[in-house]
Ligand binder design. Structure first.
Ligand code: SF4
Length: 238
């Protein structure tokens, strides 16, 4: 457990990363205050969907599912995008579905949005090696359309099994599609942000997808606030 003094120092130093994240002018001389650690957990229906993994580890799981053809996306994908990062991560990041670059390389969050995600993580002293990153779908939907309900339903058990094996202490969903899917809600991103939710007993934070931040930089300030809260909770739970 990191003491409060160290947390304040961590947050103060994190302000210095605002420039890297592209939030705006540096405010590193501003007195940093700890965001509230109050966790308001909201129930969701899928939290009761208990899918448990019978696999020994993520490698075994990947080997078992990477040729999946349960939905039509199996026929159109180039590469199966399983996930990347620390298999024992305390923080799990969940995105939507592979895009063109991810489909080409077989890794989630690459390209421009991946580079911004790396900066967002670096801003709170984390990296894609210390967290785990996965999507709600393992295969790219054509033309980057949103996942269909039946595709989500067929693919979700794989993500549940990953969560069961990784056992994260925190989950952060990036973007509306992954947030609505994981939390089984139709609420807007604005309605889902700024409060903690719960998925199978794990606190869930909702924030903007890096791709949206690239198109709408004025949302970066709010995303940065989310990152600071995530960092404080991350440190307090370790
Ligand atoms: S998207 Fe999921 S369910 Fe569909 S083929 Fe790919 S791995 Fe299988």
């Amino acid at each position: 457990m990191t003491d409060k003094l160290n947390l304040q120092e961590l947050v103060r130093r994190a302000f210095q990363s605002e420039i890297d994240m592209g939030v705006g002018e540096a405010i590193i001389n501003k007195q940093a205050t700890l965001p509230s650690q109050t966790v308001v957990v909201e129930e969701n229906k899928q939290a009761t969907t208990q899918v448990t993994s019978s696999y020994a580890n993520l490698d075994e799981h990947f080997a078992a599912i990477s040729s999946c053809q349960k939905c039509s996306l199996g026929k159109t994908r180039n590469k199966f995008v399983y996930g990347v990062g620390n298999p024992n991560a305390d923080l799990l990041i969940i995105g939507e579905a592979p895009g063109a670059k991810e489909d080409e390389l077989g890794e989630p969050f690459v390209g421009a949005s991946g580079a911004l995600l790396d900066k967002m993580l670096a801003a709170i002293q984390l990296s894609r090696q210390t967290v785990y990153i996965a999507n709600i779908l393992k295969c790219r939907p054509p033309e980057n359309r949103n996942p269909l309900p039946e595709e989500r339903e067929l693919c979700f058990p794989y993500l549940y099994e990953q969560i069961d094996m990784i056992k994260p202490k925190l989950i952060c969903t990036f973007g509306l599609v992954s947030s609505q899917a994981l939390l089984d809600t139709t609420e807007s991103l604005g309605g889902l942000r700024n409060k903690w939710h719960e998925f199978r007993g794990v606190p869930v934070m909702v924030t903007y997808h890096p791709a949206l931040l690239l198109r709408n930089p004025h949302f970066k300030r709010d995303a940065w606030e989310d990152m600071k809260k995530l960092k404080v909770s991350y440190e307090s739970m370790r």
